[in-house]
Write a protein that binds this ligand. Sequence first.
Ligand SMILES: [Zn+2]
Length: 424
Amino acid sequence: MSEQPTHVRPDGRRVVVAGAVESRGRLLSARRSRPASLAGGWELPGGKVEPGEDPAAALVRELREELGIDVDVVGQVPGPLDGDWPLDEASVLRVMRCRIERGEPAAGIAHDDVRWLAPGSLADVAWLEPDVAPVAAAADRLGTWVSFPAGEVSGEGRVLRADPLGDGRWAVVVDRTPFHPLDHSWPDQPGDTGSLAGLAVVDSLTGAVDDEGSLLLGDAVGVRRGDPSRTWVVVHVVDSPERPDLVGDVVGLEVDAVRRAEYSRGHSACHLAALALNEASAGFWSKEPPRRDSRGFPFLDQIAIQVSRIEPDGAYDAYRCGRSLRKAGFDSAGFLAALDEVTGQAHALLDSWVASGAASRLDTAGDPTLPARRSWICDVPGGPAVIPCGGTHVRELSALGQVRVSYATTTDGFEQRTTVVPPS
Ligand SMILES: [Zn+2]
């Protein structure tokens, strides 16, 4: 008995592999330089599977040979022929989703140009006919581009899908959005509300699309935000008695800007309160702490945090002062006995920072996708604040007016309530 060969399907058609290579929410296209019949046409790069070769390994080899990149194959773009796409009488195209591990794609022998295409610009190149359908399917798997890190509250996006959530609610996914979604793995800031194509958006969530094309939400996501096996999208929870007939349409998106501003102030103040806590508690460490913040102070906020909840014009944080914190050299008892002095010092710091009017922004390192690594950066006096964060913030600290904190002991540590008194 012989095993089914890897380069030919049971129906006798040869397998040609192609990469839907994605980086920062963009899809890689390559222009054929040969043979003459295909020259000038754009394709998803790849090539033939050799006898005995694993298709994924064949794709990795082809992309290294043709474009000088090392890729990780993370999934498939399933087509209509048992998962494959029609190519010609004798062969099929098997399209696999790839992430670049190393290298920048460059034209070689088989291609004379390469281009990264963003959502909405995929028609900018003349695709070879067999690539048109898989490219459209791959485009839906680029994930949502988000503009909330830049502080945007309105924009346009193309609707990719609308899935039923029950009770007259729909999960609408677009290719670009200003909406900030709740993060399923660190749900500190609630999702934005607003409108989409005039329909009420009552919540927004982080969603993940799996290789079967199913949209997963909440606990069903099963992996941390950014896991490459999933496509990460913003889900707009839309109220509508019937399925919104919007797939393929470009729609307007409007975030409730007043509510957003309340949470942005709350989130920014939460960061400042964390930095103030770090500085005001620095004297209670007797050893080098496990972590220091960007300003050089022991990072008590990150080391001891249990719960963080961003609220309109405020925040709630709960910290645990257990045995491990004491072993790390933190005098919890001394600190908890001195909460009044800590509060006074924190207020002095918060007042000076807000008075500085320092600019505050979210750095995305040029990655517009939802799972990008983002950092909140704020040039407060005494050293810049840099905190990994996926929320929304004020543009300058003067927008906070006044920030106040209060501490209280709890059964296993303490809690911090942060309140913003915005300028009138
Ligand atoms: Zn933040």
